[in-house]
Design a protein around this ligand. Structure first.
Ligand SMILES: [Zn+2]
Length: 266
């Protein structure tokens, strides 16, 4: 037993040394544990996306699709990840949700649209999700998981064979399903405000959206997104505190869009 534990520890240490170790998050400079490569995370994101597109209906609503593409592309430009294979899709799902998989696959559900008052509020949510991807929060979460799990499980994440199935299981959890840590959430909020501001959307819309969304807590429809994105006083305060920094990015944005298109509320 001890031998096995020692072996696992040795294995984990070896993987850590060979695969990398730490990196600092763009913009925030926070140091994070990183034992996977960005290209392998993006590959997992790609696989999860293909699976999702096979199993979930994409909406035919051209207004929603057009809005996500318009806002998403502006956020993608601001995120400065030309190596991503960006794609934007609206899935026919009642529960309000949105995510960005590693590598730039961005999704929103039809159910989230009634909660957006304008392009800028959508930019706040898309920016937040893209923030998770750019900060490689999924890779960080996997790396933390590796430390907690046995060496045998860790192996499959990197080699994909013979444990490809396990790696795939992780891939499906990569962006959408598992909650991130509080630290990662606040960081995604900051990156989201930076990206929306760089894209020319008024970052104040992040405050109005999350404040409004947090107050819907008793509405069961929004429970899923709220469970992974709790909106408490602390989070709203962090957003407010960051606003002056976000405004600096807004001031230098090449195109000012303000709130962008205003949606008619049903
Ligand atoms: Zn988040």
């Amino acid at each position: 037993m001890i031998n096995r534990i020692l072996y696992n520890l040795f294995f984990i240490a070896a993987v850590m040394v060979t695969v990398t170790g730490c990196r600092s998050v763009p913009y925030t400079g926070r140091s994070q544990l990183m034992m996977s490569s960005e290209s392998s995370e993006n590959q997992m994101g790609e696989e999860a996306w293909q699976e999702m597109c096979k199993t979930t209906k994409v909406t035919k609503d051209s207004v929603m699709t057009g809005a996500l593409n318009r806002v998403g592309k502006n956020i993608a430009n601001a995120a400065e990840k030309p190596e991503y294979n960006w794609e934007f899709k609206v899935f026919e799902v009642k529960e309000p949700n949105a995510f960005c998989l590693p590598g730039g696959k961005v999704a929103a559900t039809t159910g989230i649209f009634p909660y957006f008052a304008n392009d800028a509020e959508m930019a706040a949510v898309v920016g937040h999700e893209v923030g998770h991807a750019v900060a490689r929060h999924a890779g960080e979460r996997m790396s933390q998981g590796i430390i907690q799990s046995s060496g045998g499980t860790a192996l499959s994440i990197f080699t994909k064979t013979p444990g490809a199935q396990e790696a795939y299981g992780i891939a499906t959890e990569v962006g959408a399903m598992l909650p991130y840590s509080r630290t990662q959430e606040y960081e995604a909020d900051q990156l989201g405000m930076i990206f929306m501001a760089k894209a020319g959307y008024d970052p104040a819309a992040a405050l109005t959206f999350w404040d409004k969304f947090g107050k819907l807590g008793s509405n069961s429809r929004v429970k899923e997104l709220l469970s992974t994105h709790p909106v408490g006083e602390k989070r709203l305060q962090e957003l407010k505190d960051f606003y002056p920094k976000a405004i600096q990015y807004y001031k230098t944005a090449p195109a000012k869009r303000g709130l962008g298109e205003i949606y008619s509320q049903k």
